[in-house]
Each structure stands twice: as structure tokens, then as C-alpha cells.
Design a protein around this ligand. Sequence first.
Ligand SMILES: *[C@@H]1O[C@H](CO)[C@@H](O)[C@H](O)[C@H]1NC(C)=O
Ligand SMILES: *[C@@H]1O[C@H](CO)[C@@H](O)[C@H](O)[C@H]1NC(C)=O
Length: 431
Amino acid sequence: MTGVGIKMAMASIAMMWYTCQADSNLHPLILVPGSGGNQLEARLTRDYKPSSFFCNRWNPISKDKNGWFRLWFDPSVLLAPFTKCFCERMMLYYDPDLDDYRNAPGVETRVPHFGGTQALLYLDPHLKHITAYMSSLVESLGEIGYVDGKTLFGAPYDFRYGLAAAGHPSQVGSKFLQDLKSLIEEASTSNGDKPVILLSHSLGGLFVLQLLNRNSLPWRQKYIKHFIALSAPWGGTVQEMLTFASGNSLGVPLVDPLLVRAEQRSSDSNLWLMPSPKLFGHKPLTVTPNVTYSAYDIPQFLEDIGFHEGVQPYKSRILPLMEHLLAPEVPITCIIGSGVTTPESLFYGECGFDKQPEIVYGDGDGTVNMVSLLAVESEWGENRNQTLTVIRIPGVSHTSILEDDTALREIVGELQCINSDIMRTVGSRTS
Ligand SMILES: *[C@@H]1O[C@H](CO)[C@@H](O)[C@H](O)[C@H]1NC(C)=O
Ligand SMILES: *[C@@H]1O[C@H](CO)[C@@H](O)[C@H](O)[C@H]1NC(C)=O
């Protein structure tokens, strides 16, 4: 972006601020975080069987009197012997008899502070610098008058669990949708029956879309003012194939990706983020000397990388869930980063999937491919019942959207316009 471009963008934002000064009568706002975007707590019962001396000995120091400790995030996960302990406690297991996912034996988990923003601000409140998540965003919301617990709410959840297609149980994910629905109704009631604004990041957007479509149109019209989705991976990402095949150290240099791979594979919601066949089509996404995999070949891909356990749940629970992006017919604004290099195809050599691949990059937000970020625009562009605005912010990445100044100004500007009932551009624009 040129200097002139930046100035013009600033000027237009300043004008919008001027045109959209919301009064003090704010619509209640609920934040729904992305994967890994809130704290999780665990405690170990007698059934817990540590795999090694380290995990046995390692009793988290900051346990409360009932044995609960912060499982996510805890910095000791960065040290190799403890990474293993962390992974075995975070692991999920698919139970074919239940047709559902469950925790590792002997590990109980819970999500702290549902309803407030506390669990979303920092992943570890003792390490604010390196684990800040929605703290900058919440600070900006405070500046326009949002107050935690009165007009501002948070919906943290156990992000390891996803949802399943109709006819398949998904106990943890469905319970979250139920809790979120109650929170929406309570937030509306306690604010003079004003409908609620939902603001999600990343995976949170997929949950919100499911929540909307699993409730009736009259319910949506009564309770939902607007849905703002930040960085939503509507059709999954190529990066998820990399995570499943070779592990993902999440950019932390000390973490060996192969050490966390089994845990990442076990996560139900990660399977939900595989690239969607409908969007990615027959394009080769992963290439080995013997085989080329497109999004249609994910079951074979899971088999070949050695994750046989994932094939059945992927085919029965996840694939039908990804097939249709149903328009919920409440106003939606997608705010996305663009122009950041994003994995688009993976090339594996003779050494197989344990060795990190060569990566060819394309456009996206660094994590999510452009085709996925824009999926609802291509799906719903012609649907007259669906109001949709897409705002692109060049150079902003998947997570920096929560702290970048330009991005925060866009988000706050959009909220002010929604609160003052002024429609900004409908359609697509670049900040
Ligand atoms: C690829 O084919 C070669 C030769 O047929 C075989 O030895 C090798 O195991 C195959 N690799 C994979 C990953 O299937
Ligand atoms: C829009 O809504 C009308 C009235 O409910 C319905 O008949 C029509 O099928 C909808 N259009 C789309 C594209 O969903």
C-alpha cells in the first residue's frame, strides 16, 4: 500500500467515525474467540495414566484446592519433556461406539469465566506480553462505551471439540451452542430487549454460523442485530493439511512439530478446518512423489499420513457439515486480512510426511487462503435475503487483526455504524 493509499484510508475512516457516532444506547456485544483463543482448565483423576516419569512428577504448581490448573495456556509446554505431558492431557479420542469425541482417560476439563471477557484477554494472565489475545480489541471496545458484564460478553469454549452434521452427536460442541444461545437471550433481555451483535474470530465464526442456522428465522430476527466475522476460515485451509501431516509448532521455535502432531490430529475442530472440496475443487494441494491429493482426497490423505482413526469421523461427521454454507439471513460483515503469504500447496519428498514439506504460497491472511476467507461472498453474493459486507485490510494477518491499529479502527467503526443504524457499503471494499 502506498503512503497516499494509507492517508486516504485514514481519511475515509475518520469520516466514517464522524458519520457513525453511536449514542450511549449500545447493542449488547458477544465475543466468540477462535481456536486456542481462550483459557482451558483441567484436573487429573485416579484414572490418569502418565506415559512417563516427567508427566507423573509434573504436578502443576498453580493447582487450586480442588486440583484444577490451567491447561491452556501454560508456558512449560515449550519445554520438550513437558510438551509430551501437555499433549497427552489435551488429546481427544474418537469413540466409534458413541460416535463422539471425549477427553483422555482421567483428564477432566472446563472452560473458566463463561459470559465474561476475562478468559479471552490473555491466555496466561501471568504472561500478558506474550499471551495477549483479545486484550487490545476489548480495550478499543471500552473506548466506545462497552462495559464487561453489562453490554460486553464473552463466549469462551473448549475449542478442541467441533460440531457434527445432523444425526451425529457432538455433546461438548452442542452444549456450547446451547450456552451461547442462552447468553444471547440474557444479554438481550438485560439490555432492554435490544438484539445482540456477535463478533467472532476465526473458528468462532464457524460456530456462530451453525448456531444461527440451527435456530429459527424468527429467533434470529428477534435476537441478532448483526454478525461480524473476523478472519473466518469458511472453507478450511491448506495449512490444516500441513498440521495433520507434519505437525505445526505454531511458530514457536522450541517446539518440535512432530511432538505435538498426535495431539493436533486428535482435535475434532482441526478436522473441521480441512480444505473444503466444494471450494478448493480438484486443485492439487499436497503432492508426494507417488500421489497428488486435492480436497476431494482428504480421506485417502488421512489414511496415507497414518491417521486412520480420522477417516470415518471425517467422512460421516465433518464432510456433510462443510458441504453447504447456508445463509442465515441476518446482516453479516466479514473483516479479513489479505496480501499475506499463505500456504497453498505442499510438496513432500522421498522422506515422507515426517519431514517438513516445500511450500508454495498464495494470497490469504497467512493462515487462511483467500478462497476460504471469501467463500461466503461467492456463495451468497446473489442471495437477496442476505446482507453481506466484506472489508479487506491489506497486510493484516490472521491474528494481527485483533491488535493492528487499522484493523481495530475498522472493527470499532463498523460497530459504531451498526449501533447508529447507518449502513456502510454493502458489498466488498478494501480499507
Ligand atoms: C512411493 O512408491 C515407492 C515405489 O513404488 C514406494 O517404495 C514408496 O513406499 C511409496 N511411498 C509412499 C509414501 O507411498
Ligand atoms: C428469500 O426469502 C424468500 C421469502 O422467505 C424465499 O421465498 C426465498 O426462497 C429466499 N431466497 C433465497 C435465495 O434463499
